[in-house]
Design a protein around this ligand. Structure first.
Ligand SMILES: Nc1ncnc2c1ncn2[C@@H]1O[C@H](COP(=O)(O)OP(=O)(O)OP(=O)(O)O)[C@@H](O)[C@H]1O
Ligand SMILES: [Mg+2]
Length: 227
């Protein structure tokens, strides 16, 4: 067995991140393997977004450590974070699209930053935008798109890097039921292609759509159940 296979893809070792108060998350221990579909569930304020941000290394533990493949939160240097984020795609709860750039530019940006060749960038961006059903919106600005379309730009931006894990924070937040169904089908398809998908949600209806998924239930900053 190679060293890479000896640990799971994502490991939390006694992680606490409390923002100096009682809030946040405490004593988290869990692991996620390559290719898994995982829901992180729990009520508002439970700590779901905090867990995703710890995986993205947008936040760091006060105690314990998060290890994602060979990236260790207790040792990682600032200039190594972009390499982690080539492996980990994140769809934020509020999308975080750039309003002064069009759809193409929003999706292409991370590839430019990683110094891909223009031809490769074009090919990848067109492919992913067609895959998420936005081939006809390439030169629109985010303000000219519906909520569901903006959501799909955020997904395309996360996927264009071909990450090994996709993090989605409350991805159906403001979407109507039909668009939510399309989105869950898209996430299931992405997972079938081999990408691990981790969805944070307090919408229990979503969970029933992916019967094989692992459930990590959090409440008040602690894991109360994993099934
Ligand atoms: N930057 C921060 N500074 C201080 N406290 C924070 C910060 N971020 C989160 N918290 C607190 O940590 C707790 C968990 O927040 P988090 O955003 O992870 O919850 P959540 O489960 O994602 O909730 P929601 O379902 O509403 O999105 C909350 O009590 C919140 O107030
Ligand atoms: Mg949240």
């Amino acid at each position: 067995m190679s060293p890479e296979n000896e640990i799971d893809m994502i490991n939390f070792f006694n992680v606490s991140c409390t923002f100096g108060k009682e809030a946040g998350v405490r004593n988290l221990n869990f692991s996620i393997e390559e290719g898994e579909f995982v829901f992180i569930t729990g009520p508002s304020g439970a700590g779901k977004s905090t867990i995703l941000r710890l995986i993205y290394m947008d936040l760091f533990p006060e105690k314990g450590k998060v290890v994602i493949r060979n990236f260790d939160s207790s040792k990682i240097r600032a200039n190594e974070i972009p390499f982690l984020r080539r492996k980990v795609g994140m769809i934020f709860q509020d999308f975080r699209l750039l309003n002064d750039r069009n759809v193409y530019q929003n999706v292409a940006l991370s590839l430019y930053v990683s110094h891909y060749k223009t031809k490769e960038i074009r090919a990848r961006v067109y492919k992913i935008l067609n895959q998420v059903g936005l081939g006809h919106r390439i030169y629109y600005h985010p303000s000219e798109l519906s909520g569901g379309e903006q959501q799909r730009v955020a997904i395309a931006r996360a996927l264009v890097k071909e990450p090994v894990v996709l993090l989605a924070d409350e991805p159906t937040g403001n979407l109507d039921p039909r668009v939510s169904t399309d989105l869950m089908n898209l996430l299931a398809y992405i997972n079938q292609q081999g990408t691990a998908v981790i969805v944070a949600t307090h919408n229990y209806g979503l969970i029933q759509r992916i019967p094989k998924a692992k459930l990590i239930q959090v409440n008040d900053g602690e894991i109360v159940n994993i099934t």
